[in-house]
Design a protein around this ligand. Structure first.
Ligand code: DGY
Length: 321
């Protein structure tokens, strides 16, 4: 008799090609309506499936991972980040977790670049003026942004995405790069100066871009770091909302303590506070760092590669736990 196929739940809608690959190998339940699963539904799923294909909007905390009668032994998270999963509990419960690194590095660095330019050139305020029919004449002196050429980009977290962003800024925009990274980095193939503290980067950079994983219990960039930024500086975040004290950032933007910001991620997605939405000196994107057809498909395929490896009992391409 043939072995039954592993039961897999896709917690969210996936690109078509990924869904059909899953369907051809697994007894899969797809989320064709892309309906967000409640905590109860996730708990129930833990007892009904052998594996989940999840993403960053699924909060897989201790309660869920420790559901009585759990059958799930593998979580293939679609995302390089996995701060939505309590990995310590996953480890102690012997649940394998994988992520999808590399395939989204360029796309995310592109969005960081887009936000660097949007913030420094005041793209949101300019477009708003045009759309609201307030653009009455060409002006040599109004609506001026700041040039980035020769300015200093401070990178917080010089991993894959930090490096891809730094290269774009150096070779594409003519910026100089300084950075903070917890460990010493010596093998960069471009010129950049490592600083000892986040404060030094905040105080010296004209634009600061964050590229750390997120998921910590306290903000990596807190109010005191934000206070170190120059009044002419811009803060860019394409990493995770919880990396930055959002309340302190809103205060700094509202009181013009800094020049502006470009954000793709927020503390409680998809909720973006009204105080932030109404500011003209910030460009806001709805977490689209990896949102291209090619990249989302590659992320889904990598998640399935991880599932396949897990069920074949071989080394996973990108295992986290
Ligand atoms: C990731 O991969 O972590 C992104 O933030 C989700 O697209």
């Amino acid at each position: 008799m043939k072995e039954p196929r592993p039961k897999v739940l896709a917690t969210v809608k996936l690109p078509e090609a990924v869904e059909s690959r899953l369907s051809s190998t697994y007894d899969v339940t797809l989320n064709t309506d892309n309906k967000f699963l409640s905590k109860d539904e996730l708990s129930r799923a833990m007892t009904q499936y052998n594996a989940l294909v999840s993403t960053i909007s699924d909060r897989l905390d201790k309660d869920i991972l420790c559901t009585t009668g759990r059958k799930v032994h593998m979580i293939a998270n679609v995302g390089v980040g996995y701060s939505n999963i309590d990995t310590n509990t996953a480890r102690s419960e012997s649940i394998t977790v994988s992520n999808t690194p590399d395939v989204l590095t360029d796309a995310t660095a592109d969005i960081a670049l887009l936000l660097i330019l949007a913030a420094t050139r005041g793209a949101y305020a300019a477009e708003k003026k045009l759309r609201e029919n307030q653009w009455n004449e060409f002006s040599l002196v109004q609506g001026l942004g700041s040039s980035v050429q020769g300015k200093v980009l401070g990178i917080i977290g010089m991993g894959r995405i930090g490096q891809a962003t730094a290269k774009r800024a150096i070779f594409g925009l003519g910026m100089k790069v300084i950075f903070f990274n917890r460990s010493v980095i010596t093998n960069l193939d471009f010129e950049a100066t490592q600083m000892d503290t986040i404060d030094e980067v905040m105080a010296s950079a004209d634009v600061v871009s964050i590229h750390v994983p997120g998921g910590g219990s306290s903000h990596l960039i807190n109010a005191s770091h934000i206070a170190k930024l120059k009044p002419t500086a811009y803060l860019i975040n394409t990493a995770r909302g919880d990396c930055v004290d959002q309340t302190a950032l809103i205060k700094a933007l509202t009181e013009n303590q800094i020049a502006g910001a470009g954000l793709d991620v927020y503390t409680q997605e998809p909720n973006v506070p009204d105080e932030l939405r109404k500011l003209d000196n910030v460009t806001l994107l709805p977490h689209i760092g990896s949102a291209t057809v090619e990249v989302r498909t590659a992320m889904g395929m990598l998640a399935v590669d991880n599932l396949d490896a897990f069920f074949a009992g071989v080394t996973l391409p990108s295992k986290v736990v």
